[in-house]
Design a protein around this ligand. Structure first.
Ligand SMILES: Nc1nc2c(c(=O)[nH]1)N[C@H]1C(S)=C(S)[C@@H](COP(=O)(O)O)O[C@H]1N2
Ligand SMILES: [Mo]
Length: 458
């Protein structure tokens, strides 16, 4: 390569943003094709150290083929493509949205998709103000009288029911559980090649206290017929286009999931009446599954005698390939299945990515969270040397099933310099998070690569 070193250094950070493959080849001195793996040494190492802001302590272990955490893009503004479909919301409405979501990063303004920067997920219970928001349509007008909100339960039931929320609240013993809600598209931004839609990194998730009646008790009360196999959810929001003839999101779950004691008809979040933006006055929470089945502004649940076929249930929507497909291919939807349990994921919530520590710091204290969809978290491991060695984190107890596990770890920093912290959780089936997003799919669901943060000492 005929470039002088100065140019190489200046270019590296920009190049990782524009053309990661070329940047990688430049830094790692890879000659031709992916088969010849290079090493970070000589000019490549010097350029990389300059670009990341300090000597790379474990440079000998730094792998090619991964964008260094120092250059990993923080969730940003909406892309031109998303802005093009901005829909009917006015500028004034957009400002109100920004005011409603302080600290959140708006990935798409209409319909609203906003994620929580991962370092703001550092509380044991995610405050409502820091809880991500994902809408696929236009929100309804806020209810003026929450207790008058009505829910219909019909379809394959013996006694169809229409009940006001005020009466529903008295129908049984309300439960409060702290549970993870997570968009099925969390991690979408890690897919290569890029997939359309809001570019969620790891912050399309939160763990809140949800209060409500188990859906099972409401279903039992109306009498579930043996023919009922699936639920269909309907809400008061409208299709993103505003066209009333086009259907809004309508997803559902198999009866077994609906009958889980943790599937709740929710009217309170973190001890307060459920906010409008989170689906108040009434929503579903089906923990461990893609957030899209946790219907907001819930007005009706229909029991179906076959898999629900509502908006968001077909084609490649909320569905993933049964067998891996060629990344980027326009695959038909035949060999796709509905995404059910979310995959295992862990995040470092402190320190924040890009934290600079005082020179001489020799201990790095880490905090984070981990969860595993329908499964349990078996363990969380952290690495400071690009995965050469791993140290087990200490997990705090879960309050109840579907709660996340907070974790702690302390790592020794042998010297000042640039480090990447990698974190990887393993679920109770023995499955660990991969290095990069796997099982590429056109909808961009269920990507769970290890979370990485950059830290600079000195
Ligand atoms: N009625 C309705 N319910 C909905 C949605 C929606 O667009 N309309 N979005 C779903 C999606 S995709 C997710 S991830 C969760 C997000 O819940 P939150 O905004 O409270 O975080 O709500 C789900 N419930
Ligand atoms: Mo979602």
């Amino acid at each position: 390569m005929g470039q002088d070193h100065g140019k190489r250094e200046r270019l590296l950070a920009e190049l990782y943003a524009d053309d990661p493959e070329r940047a990688d080849a430049l830094a790692f001195g890879r000659r031709t094709g992916p088969s010849r793996r290079g090493f970070l040494e000589g000019a490549g190492l010097a350029a990389m150290s300059t670009a990341v802001g300090g000597p790379i302590v474990f440079a000998a272990h730094m792998p090619g083929g991964l964008v260094p955490a120092a250059f990993a893009q923080d969730p940003g503004r909406e892309t031109a493509g998303d802005a093009g479909s901005a829909g009917p919301e006015s500028g004034a409405q957009r400002l109100r949205i920004a005011a409603r979501t302080p600290g959140l990063v708006v990935l798409r303004s209409s319909p609203l998709a906003a994620e929580t920067p991962v370092h703001l997920l550092d509380d044991d219970t995610t405050p409502t103000s820091r809880f991500y928001v994902s809408n696929s349509g236009l929100m309804p007008e806020p209810a003026t009288d929450a207790d008058a909100w009505t829910l219909t339960i019909d379809g394959e039931v013996n006694r169809p029911l229409e009940i006001a929320l005020g009466d529903l609240k008295k129908r049984g013993v309300p439960r409060t559980y702290r549970m993870v809600l997570e968009t099925g598209a969390n991690g979408r931004s890690f897919f290569v090649p890029r997939v359309d839609g809001p570019q969620w990194s790891n912050g399309g998730t939160g763990c809140a206290e949800w209060t409500g009646l188990p859906l099972a008790s409401a279903l039992t009360a109306v009498g579930v017929r043996p023919s009922a196999v699936y639920t269909g959810n309907y809400g008061a929001d409208r299709h993103a286009s505003g066209d009333p003839s086009r259907p809004a999101l309508s997803r559902g779950v198999p009866i077994a999931k609906a009958m889980s004691p943790y599937s709740l008809l929710v009217w309170a979040m973190n001890g307060r009446p459920l906010q409008h933006i989170h689906g108040g006055p009434l929503r579903l929470v089906h923990p461990g599954w893609p957030g899209s089945v946790s219907h907001k502004w819930l007005t009706r649940i229909t029991l179906r005698n076959r898999e629900h076929d509502g908006e968001g249930m077909q084609g490649t929507s909320h569905r993933v390939p049964v067998r891996p497909i060629m990344p980027g291919s326009a695959a038909g939807a035949r060999d796709f299945r509905i995404l059910e349990s979310m995959p295992v994921r862990s995040i470092v919530t402190s320190p924040a990515n890009g934290t600079r520590l005082p020179a001489g710091t020799r201990e790095l204290r880490l905090r984070g969270a981990a969860w595993a969809g329908e499964l349990e978290v078996l363990r969380v491991d952290v690495s400071l040397d690009f995965g050469a060695t791993w140290q087990r984190a200490v997990l705090a107890a879960a309050r109840n099933r579907f709660d996340w596990r907070r974790w702690l770890a302390a790592l020794r920093l042998p010297s000042d310099g640039y480090y990447e912290v990698w974190v990887r959780a393993t679920d109770s089936a023995g499955r660990a998070q991969p290095h990069t997003a796997g099982n590429w799919n056109p909808g961009g669901y269920a990507a769970n690569p290890m979370h990485r943060i950059a830290v600079l000492a000195g």
